[in-house]
Design a protein around this ligand. Structure first.
Ligand code: PLP
Length: 369
């Protein structure tokens, strides 16, 4: 039996259009995009066209830097604090519910002489504004808040947070990995990270949008590619795949969202016996994080092999660590262990959701009866 894939926050399948666009760059056009001859220039032109396709979904007053992943984009972006520390700003504040790419990197800086604060969230997963206000000051270098949470789907009011950060002279980093190509990108953020494999593009490529005027120290030293901050030969195939994937998201914007909403509505009806973790309203509908008290999710996952879904985030379940996001909402350890995450995507059908709900609900009933 084919596995029903409901783990679209972990990764998405490659869009056929992106695959088709990548093939010639893998098979025929092998020129180094940084070579001055005709083959190199052709590859460079394809990369610049892809950059424009990605930029089309981002604010106008900035530049796009290609990277190997969103994690790399975030590491590059957080390098900004090294420049800020020269101005006496050595404090970093990020939401407690950030993905490890932001949270752990911010905590790493905390071991390097910076002061890192994890901002608490309320039971919906929204940053507590009074806490943010209280922590902002003349020493704040950077505030980090993600657009859509990868575990619970909560949409943060990023523009509002950015305005507060700017009032204190700090930069705002937005991890937009789970929102880019699906919901509007905040206009006020200064640094925006995204990833190819979450928007039906290839794995191994991400990008960082940087507001004009912001200088970043290089993350990778070498030949000076990518505006001298990220050296190394770019892969035209990966850039083209990301560009086409972004373009398809733009073209199918409403169609995709309508489809995701339909899948989510159906799922909410089918999982009526479960409790939603996080905000019910302020969320991206493609993410459904739910729990049933008393359930052993590790057992459930081994029993429901026909559905690919997640316990907390893919990273958290891979490491065996309990989800720091669910813990930040105030959930008890037992509630965290009884939570699952379903992620709906463009290539899922209503039948997928119905079949998966049957299998999951049946296994849950067997366990709890
Ligand atoms: N940020 C968020 C919110 C994510 O969901 C992920 C991936 O799970 C990342 C960052 C890291 O992205 P990448 O796999 O491109 O490094």
């Amino acid at each position: 039996m084919a596995v029903i894939y409901l783990d679209n926050q972990a990764t998405t399948p490659l869009a056929p259009e992106a695959f088709d666009a990548m093939v010639p760059w893998l098979r025929d056009n092998f020129g180094n995009p940084h070579s001055p001859h005709v083959m190199g220039r052709k590859a460079a032109a394809a990369i610049e066209a892809a950059r424009e396709q990605v930029a089309a979904l981002l604010p106008k007053d900035g530049r796009v830097i290609f990277t190997g992943s969103a994690t790399e984009s975030i590491n590059l972006a957080l390098g900004a604090v090294r420049k800020m520390s020269g101005q006496g700003r050595n404090q970093i504040a990020v939401a407690d519910t950030e993905h490890a790419a932001v949270r752990d990197t911010a905590l790493f800086y905390g071991l390097q002489g910076f002061e890192t604060r994890l901002l608490p969230v309320d039971e919906h997963g929204l940053v507590v504004m009074e806490e943010l206000e209280a922590c902002l000051g003349a020493k704040t270098a950077l505030v980090g808040a993600m657009l859509v949470n990868n575990e619970i789907g909560t949409i943060q009011p990023v523009d509002h947070i950015a305005t507060m950060a700017h009032r204190s002279g700090a930069l705002m980093l937005c991890d937009a990995v789970q929102g880019f190509g699906r919901i509007a990108i905040p206009e006020q953020a200064d640094l925006i990270a995204l990833s190819g494999h979450k928007i039906y593009g290839p794995k191994g490529i991400g990008a960082l949008w940087v507001r004009n005027g912001i200088e970043l120290p290089p993350l990778i030293h070498g030949g000076g590619q990518e505006q001298a901050v990220r050296s190394g030969t770019l892969s035209p195939a990966l850039c083209v795949g990301l560009g086409v994937a972004a373009n398809i998201c733009a073209e199918r914007w409403e169609e995709d969202m309508d489809h995701i909403r339909n899948l989510a509505d159906r799922a909410l009806g089918l999982f009526g016996d479960w409790t939603v973790n996080g905000s019910v309203d302020q969320r991206y509908p493609g993410n459904l994080n739910i729990r049933r008290d008393g359930l052993d999710v590790a057992r459930l996952m081994s029993e429901v092999r026909g559905v690919a879904f997640s316990a907390g985030s893919a990273c958290a379940s891979g490491s065996g660590r309990p989800s720091h996001v669910l813990a930040a909402l105030g959930l008890e350890a037992a509630q965290i262990k009884s939570s699952i995450r379903l992620g709906f995507g463009r290539y899922n059908s209503i039948e997928h959701v119905e079949q998966a709900a049957d299998l999951i609900n049946q296994a849950a009933e067997n366990q709890l009866s």
